[in-house]
Design a binder for this molecule. Structure first.
Ligand code: HEM
Length: 454
């Protein structure tokens, strides 16, 4: 139980924040669905429907790619799936993480972590870590990915052998472990969502940082203790990986090139790359851009940002494949895999998976319709003007070509809705149609996301 005085201060801060944000702004005049509940606004319908998008995609059809939504406690928010304002939100310095995430990040991530950094430090860390995620860096992880895939295949073959009657197997933990192994070793922090979490994050987001820090450091609150332990654990895992990598590099010194190269190539992962450990004993290492302390601090970010996204992307792709309407595609894909596996086994050169059209179509179409990070909150850090592709008529009748945004305004980057924006993806944007990636009918405009316009 929180002491009465603390509860009183929390309530006062909450009321102050509530009245300040609810002064009328242009956002309040933008058309959107009618309010259902003052306490939850549309948040339960947005974030906890039976199937993601049950309400969101209907709102998008009715109100277009920019509309107003009610957050908890009467807050006005903007839902955006129009690429022009999305560019402004994602690619300028005018927006930062939404308030709930901004409060949660320092609790869950190390102060030196990329996600917890801002301004020039964020820029520097981002540029430094980017080295580990370029196309050529990712190609360099191929031997590790193939090694993990081989182990996964053996595991699945064992499960099938023990289960001749074909009882369903839960793929989620199996894929989650493989995703984690593709980066290094670690443990996952599962995300939870419930109406109580929605309210808690709405209240947390309205508290001043100092009060939130004080609350999270009060002893005896089990959830906070667990998150703090996970943060410390992630950094310890990072340090362990760094020490092991450095020791292995040291041990390779003096070993002849022919014996060391295949083994070290197999073990090369994002830590090797960011530590700038040379792949073989004869390659000259370059200077690493991140200090060891900084790299250890990124471990939690990599595990959390990398594991859940990759796992859900793979699991949803498998789910799509298993649907009766995709069984013939499953056969075609299997034939493609066998065909390229033969080519791969007959060649010394590293195989390029981009050459497998059906596999790539499955990955892209599944990412498009089963978007990890479907709705991400951002908040304006200054007053700014949000440009629009098409004008909007306000409830006053006035037509606007851009929206004045006040500092603190929450904007939801509606990534899943952007992937279903019919103006970009066509009338069948809501349909799972693999052929759009094979016949050239997928959206080819100005790229917003880092991969295939997603
Ligand atoms: C299908 C796979 C993935 C998807 C869809 C995905 C998506 C995203 C999205 C939407 C963001 C922005 C989140 C925000 O700022 O609110 C993000 C950030 C980030 N992701 Fe991923 N991600 C994927 C895989 C990975 C992997 C494998 C890693 C690392 C091993 C990773 C590391 C990061 C990092 C470090 C950030 C923060 C960047 C920053 O603050 O500048 N992601 N990702």
């Amino acid at each position: 139980m929180l002491p009465v005085s603390v509860s009183l201060v929390v309530s006062l801060c909450f009321c102050f924040h509530y009245f300040r944000l609810n002064q009328k702004s242009v956002v309040a005049l933008i058309p959107g669905p009618p309010s259902i509940s003052w306490i939850f606004g549309h948040m339960k319908h947005l974030l906890l429907p039976a199937n993601y998008g049950d309400f969101e995609y209907t709102w998008q059809k009715e109100y277009g790619p920019v509309y107003r939504l009610k957050g908890c406690f009467g807050e006005d928010r903007l839902m955006v799936s129009d690429p022009l304002p999305l560019h402004h939100v994602l690619n300028t310095n005018f927006f930062t993480h939404g308030p709930a995430l901004a409060q949660a990040i320092p609790l869950a991530f190390d102060a030196e972590a990329l996600v917890a950094s801002h301004g020039s430090r964020h820029k520097r860390l981002r540029a430094a870590t980017q080295v580990g995620f370029t196309a050529s860096a990712v190609r360099g992880y191929q031997p590790l990915f193939e090694h993990v895939a081989g182990r996964l295949t053996e595991q699945l073959e064992k499960i099938c052998a023990l289960n001749p009657n074909g009882t369903p197997t839960d793929m989620l933990p199996i894929i989650a472990e493989a995703s984690l192994n593709s980066m290094s070793q670690g443990r996952s922090l599962a995300a939870t969502a419930s109406p109580t979490h929605l309210l808690a994050s709405a209240i947390i987001s309205r508290l001043p940082h100092w009060l939130w820090r004080l609350l999270t450091n009060l002893p005896g609150i089990p959830d906070f203790d667990l998150i703090r332990k996970a943060k410390i654990f992630a950094k310890q895992v990072g340090w362990k990986a760094i020490r092991e990598k450095l020791a292995a590099a040291q041990a390779r010194k003096g070993v002849s090139e022919s014996t060391s190269s295949s083994e070290s190539e197999m073990q090369r992962d994002v830590f090797d790359l960011l530590l700038n450990i040379a792949p073989t004993s004869s390659t000259k290492p370059q200077k690493a851009v991140l200090t060891h302390e900084e790299l250890a601090s990124q471990t939690g970010t990599f595990f959390i940002a990398g594991e859940e996204t990759t796992t859900s992307a793979i699991v949803f792709a498998l789910l799509e494949l298993a649907k009766p309407e995709h069984l013939s595609f499953q056969d075609e894909l299997r034939a493609e895999v066998h065909h390229f596996a033969k080519i791969k086994s007959n060649s010394e050169a590293r195989f390029n998976y981009d050459n497998m059209p059906l596999l790539n179509a499955l990955i892209k179409e599944s990412l498009r319709l089963n978007t990890p990070g479907a709705a991400q909150e951002r908040a304006a850090i200054v007053d700014t003007l949000l440009p629009l592709t098409n004008p909007i008529r306000l409830s006053t009748g006035e037509v606007v070509h851009s929206i004045p945004i006040r500092k603190g305004q929450v904007v939801t980057v509606a990534a899943a809705s952007y992937h279903r924006n019919e103006a970009l993806w066509g009338d069948d944007a809501h349909e799972f149609r693999l052929s759009r990636w094979l016949d050239g009918t997928a959206f080819h405009g100005h790229a917003l996301g880092p991969y295939a316009n997603l």
